[in-house]
Every structure is written in structure tokens, then in C-alpha cells.
Design a protein. Structure first.
Length: 285
């Protein structure tokens, strides 16, 4: 079937006893009019969901046995399914976990319409040898830089605890509008965000005639904390279309997670991972 390039379908189907021997793509094809091939692609890209008892998960295997009473849910959007994610760069593979550079435009979280443009799904399908992939922290879609992925549930629990207890040191850099050079010594901004305490440590790195490069350490983890604090302080990040407003220009958001430092749970040694020099933010004249 050749569908319209803007086809959008939300569909739910409950499995009957007559459907048990059928494949998911066959059932959905007969119900929606979509081709089985297109539906198989949609399954691989995370657009098909299986509801069984109290559990709900993405269904990717066309040959998974279906039970009477199961519900299939399809969220089919040709625009989303046709998107090609930018490729991340592997910095280090520690087997049980890996460190990556996430480029601009790659997501850390999918939606009901699919997860093919997320870094964890990209790594699951491309990293060799293949292994499961668990997201333990996030970067905004517009933020570039270092991200850590776990490859077992046990390791995901370990690193999730590291991040929640701030055992891991996270450092960022941003190119901001304005001369930050008077603020050479590190200092903290402590203003509430959405009614909750938020703390960010800032320090000067370099400046040009219009913009500055700033080092940032998060002491709390509120949504858009860095962007909000820098904007409130009078130094909005270049390319910030949400908080930067008039100075965005044609630049992408100039915010980057530049370093992770922690004690490796496998070896007990201190590890530090940084963005390769060729991928770092560049302060231009």
C-alpha cells in the first residue's frame, strides 16, 4: 500500500481466540489497511505497543505469541517514522556500560509514536556486540555532549543510584551572550525553579567581543536549570530559543555536557570521560 506521506493513525485492537496464531503485522494490516512491511518497520521503530494484564511495552517482534485479551495499540505517524536520527559517537566501551557523545537533535526519550530517534535505541541496534541498553540520565534534545548508557539492569541500577546521589560529577560548558570576564572566581546561583531549590556553580573560561565561554557544575537537577539560571543572571545561552529570545540567531543551543567523573563500579578506579576536542564548543570572534 502507498500511503499518504502525512498518514497518522491511532488504533487499538483486542486479540480474540481466532487471532492467537496470527502475526501482529497481519492483524494490524487487515484492520488498518497498511501494508505488513510498513507495519513491521513501525514495530521496529517502537510505534506498536502490547498491553497484557497490567503491563504495557513496545512490541518489536512480529512472531511474538499473542494471547486472548491482549491489546495491540498502534501509533502510526509517517512523518515521525521517516525521521533519521543523527548518529552519536562512541567515546569508550566498558562492556557493562558505554560512554557516548550525543549530537544535537538526538533524543534521550521516545514517545508513544516511536523511539528510533533516541540514543539508547540507536546504540541497541548499532553497537557491536549487540546488547541491551538502559538510559540512566538524560540530556535535552538540544544539548550536546557526554552521556552514559548501561547495558544490564544491574548496572543501570548502580548508575541510577550514582546520579540520584550525585556520586557522579557532571560538568557543562555554554557559550553565553555578554562579557563574563568579571566573574573569574567560581560562584553559585541559588534561585528556586518551579518552587524548588536550585543551585548552579559558574566560572569564567574565555571571552570575545560579544560572547563568553562559561564552565558550569550542576548542584541540583531541575528542568532547564542551566538555561534558566544563566538567563536570569543576564547571560542567556546562544541558540536558546526558549530563554534566549532575541540573541538566538541561527545557532543551535550552545550548551554541552563536557565531562563525567566517577569511580568505576567494575574496577574501583577513578574514571573521567570528556568530549573529544574536535566536538567541543568553539567560541568564535
Amino acid at each position: 500500500m502507498r500511503e499518504d506521506p502525512t498518514t497518522i493513525i491511532e488504533y487499538t485492537y483486542t486479540i480474540t481466540a481466532n487471532d492467537n496464531a496470527k502475526k501482529t503485522s497481519s492483524i494490524l494490516a487487515s484492520e488498518t489497511g497498511l501494508s505488513q512491511q510498513n507495519l513491521k518497520v513501525a514495530m521496529q521503530k517502537g510505534a506498536v505497543w502490547l498491553h497484557r494484564n497490567q503491563r504495557c511495552q513496545r512490541l518489536r517482534r512480529n512472531n511474538k505469541a499473542l494471547h486472548t485479551g491482549d491489546q495491540l495499540q498502534l501509533f502510526y505517524n509517517t512523518t515521525i517514522l521517516s525521521q533519521e536520527p543523527p548518529a552519536p559517537s562512541l567515546i569508550n566501551d566498558e562492556k557493562e556500560y558505554s560512554i557516548w557523545y550525543k549530537p544535537y537533535g538526538l533524543f534521550c526519550q521516545g514517545s508513544k509514536w516511536g523511539d528510533a530517534c533516541t540514543i539508547n535505541r540507536w546504540v541497541e541496534t548499532h553497537l557491536q556486540p549487540q546488547r541491551p541498553c538502559f538510559l540512566v540520565h538524560r540530556l535535552d534534545q538540544a544539548t550536546t555532549g557526554i552521556i552514559l548508557l548501561a547495558h544490564s539492569k544491574k548496572m543501570a541500577q548502580v548508575f541510577s543510584n550514582f546520579f540520584s546521589t550525585r556520586t557522579i560529577q557532571k560538568h557543562y560548558q555554554a557559550i553565553v551572550n555578554g562579557d563574563f570576564s568579571p566573574h573569574h572566581d567560581p560562584f553559585e546561583i541559588n534561585t528556586h525553579i518551579d518552587g524548588k531549590k536550585a543551585s548552579t556553580t559558574l566560572s569564567y573560561v574565555a571571552t570575545t567581543t560579544k560572547n563568553s565561554l562559561v564552565d558550569i557544575q550542576l548542584n541540583t537537577g531541575r528542568k532547564h536549570q542551566i538555561r534558566i539560571h544563566l538567563s536570569q543572571f543576564g547571560f542567556p545561552i546562544i541558540g536558546d530559543r526558549l530563554y534566549g529570545q532575541a540573541i538566538t540567531g541561527d545557532k543551535n543551543l550552545q550548551l554541552q555536557a563536557v565531562k563525567l567523573a566517577f569511580k568505576c563500579p567494575l574496577t574501583g578506579t577513578n574514571k573521567t570521560f570528556q568530549v573529544p576536542e574536535k566536538l567541543q564548543l568553539v567560541l568564535e570572534e
